[in-house]
Design a protein around this ligand. Structure first.
Ligand SMILES: NC(=O)c1ccc[n+]([C@@H]2O[C@H](COP(=O)([O-])OP(=O)(O)OC[C@H]3O[C@@H](n4cnc5c(N)ncnc54)[C@H](OP(=O)(O)O)[C@@H]3O)[C@@H](O)[C@H]2O)c1
Length: 163
């Protein structure tokens, strides 16, 4: 099964200058808990913004650069390889973790969205694509209040594609 996990603000902003625009510790904890022991798929720019493979996950990096190499990562050059992997391993959850280009490519193919809706309007240069809530059903939601570890209020929501 293919899933997207993303945090976006009220304008669907997800990043600025190849970094995350906020500090939300509890969101990072959720991200770790949800994605651990699964595949994660990211664009080369997001990989470079993280700077290392994320532990306890199979890291897949998408790039068109055939000489790009990273230890402990699977490097691929087309989304078809991920779509095939999802077909071959239907019992596994494969997480598309960004960024903007990669979300755009995979949004039509995913069954589940894990969305952190950040209660803010930040300056961004990377955005999540517009999506139709009517095509999905919300199956979970939890609110987090702003505190010393979380710069803004946010809601963590899980949505499933309607068949
Ligand atoms: N808030 C969040 O949840 C979240 C999550 C992740 C990332 N982000 C943010 O998103 C921003 C990065 O997003 P981005 O759109 O600039 O970059 P990106 O999606 O991370 O990576 C883009 C790169 O992916 C590769 N690529 C794209 N389409 C491809 C295809 N069809 N086949 C093979 N490779 C392909 C290309 O790599 P090459 O140029 O090497 O060919 C392209 O330059 C950053 O600000 C980051 O912090 C936010």
């Amino acid at each position: 099964m293919l899933s997207i996990i993303v945090a976006y603000d009220q304008n669907l902003g997800i990043g600025i200058k190849n970094t995350l625009p906020w500090k939300l510790s509890d969101d990072l904890k959720n991200f770790k808990q949800v994605t651990e022991h699964n595949y994660i798929v990211m664009g080369r720019k997001t990989y470079e913004s993280i700077g290392r493979p994320l532990p306890n996950r199979k890291n897949i990096i998408l790039t068109r650069n055939s000489s790009f190499k990273q230890e402990k990562c699977i490097i691929i050059d087309s989304i078809d390889k991920v779509l095939n992997l999802a077909k071959e391993k239907p019992h596994m959850e494969i997480f598309i973790i960004g960024g903007a280009e990669i979300y755009e490519l995979f949004l039509p193919h995913v069954h589940r969205l894990y969305i952190t809706k950040v209660n803010a309007k930040i300056k961004a240069d990377a955005f999540f694509p517009k999506w139709q809530e009517s095509e999905f059903k919300r199956i979970g939601q939890r609110h987090y209040a702003k505190d010393q570890n979380n710069e803004f209020d946010f809601d963590f929501e899980v949505w499933e594609k309607q068949v």
